[in-house]
Design a protein around this ligand. Structure first.
Ligand code: 13P
Length: 253
């Protein structure tokens, strides 16, 4: 059994203000210590990275971004390059979040390019994959997950997953209060690991697969106890310090 350290990552999405982010970050700094069982990361909006990188200096809280350009530099108005995120001390980048796939038409191959841009710049991608409600209801969850995963394996190669995190986020569970049951999530997490194991067993065993979708303090521990669930990607509950800290401390393994 590989020892995978649980990761709890906050996705603040498009929320906050300078002052609100500062106060929330302070509360997290106060609540996270060497005894906190999980590794903790926060992914704010780009515009708060500067402030948070100062606040998290000399703490164990890691910084991440919610998106990145697949391109290095140049005339791409409004885009943010991976090298710029490195300047602010980002260690993680969320790529392929369903909200980006849905509202900004990011395709599997675009997500694969963002995954590679993140890694080439020395950061760790958190690759989000997950099915829509109608896909679950038509029994195509595994097909969708396989397609989203294979697009990245094909472009980046399986070896790239040595430094990556996967987040399984069923779209129907995001922001809806409808969490997947621990068993439903475990089934898909196991499928993800088996899919990777077809290429490389050690990488499949070592990679952390997070669950995201209406994770709250009162359901986190049951989810995190499942064999193939290695933490969570937290949206709404990460905006309330106590709720997020409770999730970070809900880790027993
Ligand atoms: P919620 O926790 O608000 O459901 O959001 C999950 C998510 O999308 C994290 O990336």
């Amino acid at each position: 059994m590989t020892n995978r350290r649980t990761l709890v990552a906050a996705n603040w999405k498009m929320n906050g203000s300078i002052e609100g982010s500062r106060v929330l970050a302070e509360a997290l700094i106060d609540g996270i210590s060497a005894e906190t069982p999980a590794e903790v990361a926060v992914c704010p909006s780009f515009v708060y990275l500067s402030q948070l990188s100062e606040q998290f200096k000399n703490t164990s809280i890691k910084l991440g971004a919610q998106n990145v350009s697949h391109l290095d530099e140049g005339a791409y108005t409004g885009e943010v390059a991976a090298s710029m995120l490195v300047d602010f001390g980002c260690e993680y980048v969320i790529v392929g979040h369903s909200e980006r796939r849905m509202h900004y038409h990011e395709t599997d191959s675009c997500v694969a390019e963002k995954f590679s841009a993140t890694q080439i710049n020395g950061m760790t991608p958190i690759l989000c994959i997950g099915e829509l409600l109608e896909e679950r209801e038509s029994n195509s969850t595994e097909e969708v997950i396989a397609r989203q995963l294979d697009a990245v394996i094909d472009k980046a190669t399986i070896n790239a997953f040595d430094n990556a995190v996967i987040a399984y986020e069923p779209v129907w569970a995001i922001g809806t209060g409808k969490t997947a049951t621990p068993e439903q999530a475990q089934d898909v997490h196991q499928f993800i690991r088996l899919r990777l194991a077809r290429h490389d067993r050690a990488i499949a065993d070592g990679i952390r697969v997070l669950y995201g979708g209406s994770v709250k303090a009162d359901n986190a521990s049951q989810l995190f106890e499942m064999a193939d669930i290695d933490g969570g990607l937290i949206g709404g509950a990460s905006l309330v310090a106590k709720d997020f800290l409770d999730i970070c401390h809900a880790v027993r393994k």
